[in-house]
Design a protein around this ligand. Sequence first.
Ligand code: NAD
Ligand code: LMR
Length: 338
Amino acid sequence: HPPNFQVEESSSLRRANCRAKGAGPGFKVAILGAAGGIGQPLSMLMKMNPLVSVLHLYDVVNTPGVTADIGHMDTGAVVRGFLGQQQLEEALTGMDLVIIPAGVPRKPGMTRDDLFKINAGIVRTLCEGIVKSCPRAIVNLISNPVNSTVPIAAEVFKKAGTYDPRHLLGVTMLDVVRANTFVAEVLGIDPRQVDVPVVGGHAGVTILPLLSQVKPPSTFTPEETEYLTTRIQNGGTEVVEAKAGAGSATLSMAYAAVKFADACLRGLSGDDGVIECAFVSSQVTELPFFATKVRLGRNGAEEVFPLGPLNEYERAGLEKAKKELAGSIQKGVSFIRN
Ligand code: NAD
Ligand code: LMR
């Protein structure tokens, strides 16, 4: 490391020890891919989260700079940086929550599945690290294609005998965040008042907003339903095209990831009634993984809620979603099994 990184690290360690003696409540959180487009704003926002006492920033490049920078913020969490695979185990030791935004993003013209080739191996390596260093941690998986990377992570954990399905959550929060924003626009109300359940998975037609279950209760014309569903399903592509080769959603994703991680931490700390959508091991449909609302508690996703009543448009959408999801899940499972 450059010398200033060493100084930063040792003073952080001293403060970490002080804090341990002070015994304030707080969770240990690692971000894998912390120097990336999502990783940097996500690290900054997690440093501002009062539920976090220790924040480990891991990447294969640039973590010394990001750690020095974020480490100067005068918030409670102690920040430590870890660079390169030889520091992965150390980065993960003792973590309560691991957030994974590591991997390549899309460019215009690509599907999320086009990222499988590179990101599948990255997710496998990182999950093998989790097996060794923090097998009980809650994992928030952001790396695409989420519909396949979550089954990959599950297979790695199963192989090692450490799999607890309640602990593995694919992050679909950005779909909910987008849905709330776009629906609020159509209804002409504040997005903070809107709650749209988004189920299925996280790619194209597998993203299924349930507009019939929007809160506050609302009705939409067939044209509004079609416009909203298509816009929510294509939200990622809208950003990829606007960025024109410079990557995909990073800032709204960091916001969504923190919203979701905060919900997980509130669940871990014993708060009642923490409910968010996530892509999890599920018996809601015949598929082994599916995104629906889940209740987050001390053990992660403690309860997976059923879909609730669907209208005809949503039932048709569900069939399309399941068909594509089945293939993506199988692709992830085969990557580890074969
Ligand atoms: P980015 O390229 O800006 O950053 C990725 C980071 O991962 C880089 O810093 C890179 O060094 C790091 N990395 C690569 N290999 C690694 C490894 N083996 N270990 C640790 N870190 C490694 O990309 P980004 O825009 O931050 O996107 C990251 C991922 O998140 C992409 O796969 C993207 O598709 C996905 N994403 C998911 C959602 C979602 O809703 N779930 C939303 C947006 C983006
Ligand atoms: C998103 O929904 O923004 C992400 O999955 C990134 C992408 O490739 O669209």
